[in-house]
Structure formats: C-alpha cells, structure tokens
Design a protein around this ligand. Structure first.
Ligand code: URA
Length: 229
C-alpha cells in the first residue's frame, strides 16, 4: 500500500506510526475448550441463498420477537478474512447489515489500515438478531445461532477469522478467559480448524482509544497468520 495512504488510515485509527515487530507468530497451546464441532451439522449442506432464507425465517429464540430484521452478514463470498462480532446493534437491526454504525466505521478504518477494503472481507456476528437494549447474548441464544455461522464458515472457507471483542471471542472459543489472555495467539475454530485471532471490539476502542495500538498489533498478527496459511 502507498505509504501516504497507509499513514492516512493509521491517522483515522488514531495511530501515528507503524511499529515494526518481529515475524514470530505464537500458537496457542491446548486451546481453551473443545471446538464447537457438531454445531454446524444442523445447517450442513445448505447453500448461501437457502441459509440466508433460513436465518430470515428463524424463530429459534425469543430475539425473533423484538428484532426489526435479521442481520445475516455481508461481504465477499470468496473472502480470505471472516470478521465476527457479537450481535447487531440498533443501526444494524434497522439496516440489516453488520457493523454500520460508528463502530463499523472504525472497523472499516482498521481493515483499511492493513490493506483490506470492507467488500474484500466477510463480516458477520455470533448472533443474527439484536438483543434488546444491546444486552450480552445469552448462552442459549448463542448456541441456537452458531450453526448459521458454522455453515457460513463452511461455505466461505476463510483463511483467517478475526473475533472482535470479548463476547464474540468467548462464544466462539467457548472460554471465559479475558480478551487480554486471548489476543496475540492463534486459536482454531470448529471442525475445519480455521485459524482464529482475537482483538478488541471497535466500540470498545472508541471508548478506550489508548488500546488502538494493541488492536493494530493484533491486525498485523492476523495478517501474518493469513499469509502463512
Ligand atoms: N457490534 C457488533 O458486535 N456487531 C455489529 O454488527 C455491530 C456492533
């Protein structure tokens, strides 16, 4: 990427310099908990259009009573990167697209900073419906919804997954470890064992801009992981 453009993106992220780091990529030993293996089975064999229709018609949990619409996911169906957040917020629920609010704008800047346009990646959430008041997803809501994401992963075959935020990371990895403990390691997701990297949620970074530099390190780390797959 053109250095001036990169500088512009870094500035948008609130970072003023690229800090060169070593190339080593540590791998998590004995990753927290069993992968959510058989989860994908419920939607196995379902193609993109059918999966989208199934999500749109889903009544598996009570969130269907309060949603405006489901938020399936957006992006390239041949993307190498899958970004996974927690759940739609108010703007996402209104527009039917993940990460379209202020946090989404920061996510776009973060992606740009590592040379990725929003339409080059695929973006989805653990939950396809907005929890009222933006409360955390319950365990049962996540369990009911994860098979949809599992099938999206099967269809997409991403080279790397980026879990943004503690809630997404803990649900995907079935752990209660803190985000600080989960970042800067390569985890593996599901039967396909897709490499998964954890970073901060952009909404958190909007509140805590001093951690943007750590998020930048995570993005570079994920890029290294993607490059070596
Ligand atoms: N936060 C998320 O985790 N996902 C969205 O789609 C929007 C905000």
């Amino acid at each position: 990427m053109n250095p001036a453009l990169r500088q512009e993106y870094l500035a948008a992220l609130g970072l003023d310099a690229w800090v060169a780091r070593g190339k080593s990529v540590p791998v998590a030993a004995g990753d927290g908990g069993a992968p959510p293996d058989a989860l994908g089975a419920r939607e196995a064999g379902v193609d993109w259009p059918k999966l989208r229709a199934r999500v749109a018609a889903c009544t598996r949990c009570t969130l269907c009573n309060t949603r405006t619409q489901t938020v399936f996911g957006v992006g390239s169906q041949t993307a190498q990167w899958l970004i996974v957040g927690e759940a739609p917020g108010a703007e996402e629920d209104a527009r039917g697209e993940p990460f379209v609010g202020r946090a989404g704008q920061l996510l776009n800047s973060m992606l740009h900073a590592i040379g990725l346009a929003r339409d080059q990646v695929y973006i989805a959430n653990v939950l396809k419906c907005r929890p009222p008041g933006n409360r955390d997803p319950s365990l049962s809501e996540a369990a009911e919804c994860l098979p949809f994401l599992e099938q999206q992963i099967t269809l997409l075959k991403p080279k790397v997954m980026l879990a943004v935020g503690r809630i997404a990371a803990q649900n995907l990895l079935r752990t209660d470890l803190t985000l600080g403990r989960l970042r800067q390691q390569v985890h593996r997701f599901g039967l396909s064992q897709v490499p998964l990297v954890v970073t901060y949620h952009p909404a958190y970074l909007l509140r805590t801009p001093t951690d943007k530099r750590k998020a930048w390190e995570d993005l570079k780390f994920a890029r290294e992981v993607c490059a070596r797959v």
